[in-house]
Design a protein around this ligand. Structure first.
Ligand code: 5GP
Length: 125
């Protein structure tokens, strides 16, 4: 149990290696892993290890440096797994699709050069 009395989030459990995931990047404060239900050829969840912030608005207000780190990790992952160009989506609120209330970004990007998708196609559903 966390100090708030809630169960640890699924992302906290992934960071703790209690739940398996394909981890693609990790720093002291951030972890990035492939989404279990990908919506694009490259779909990576990037999240702070702390579960203190439930959405990006709270993160920006509470620790803007950590938000900057998260974006730096997104940039590095997109450079490594794709062509360096990407969409970064922060669902903020249940009515727009947020299901995990531990702040995270969805990095959505095309397949790296040599992939099977057509030019400019992201393949979003
Ligand atoms: P949200 O809907 O909150 O913006 O995004 C949560 C994301 O976490 C979803 O895209 C969902 O597929 C992903 N997700 C949920 N549970 C797991 C899991 O156990 N492993 C991985 N790799 N991704 C997960």
């Amino acid at each position: 149990m966390s100090s708030t009395g809630q169960e640890p989030s699924i992302f906290t459990r992934i960071a703790a290696r209690e739940v398996p995931a394909t981890i693609v990047a990790e720093t002291e404060r951030i972890i990035a892993f492939t989404d279990i239900a990908p919506q694009a050829p490259v779909h990576v969840v990037i999240t702070p290890k702390t579960s203190e912030y439930s959405n990006v608005v709270e993160l920006a207000a509470g620790d803007p440096g950590l938000l900057t780190e998260l974006i730096e990790v997104a940039d590095a992952v997109a450079a490594r797994l794709s062509n360096g160009q990407f969409r970064l989506v922060f669902n903020t609120g249940a009515t727009v699709g947020q299901t995990v209330f531990h702040v995270h970004a969805h990095l959505l990007a095309p397949q790296a050069a040599g992939g099977t998708l057509g030019e400019g196609t992201l393949g979003f559903r």
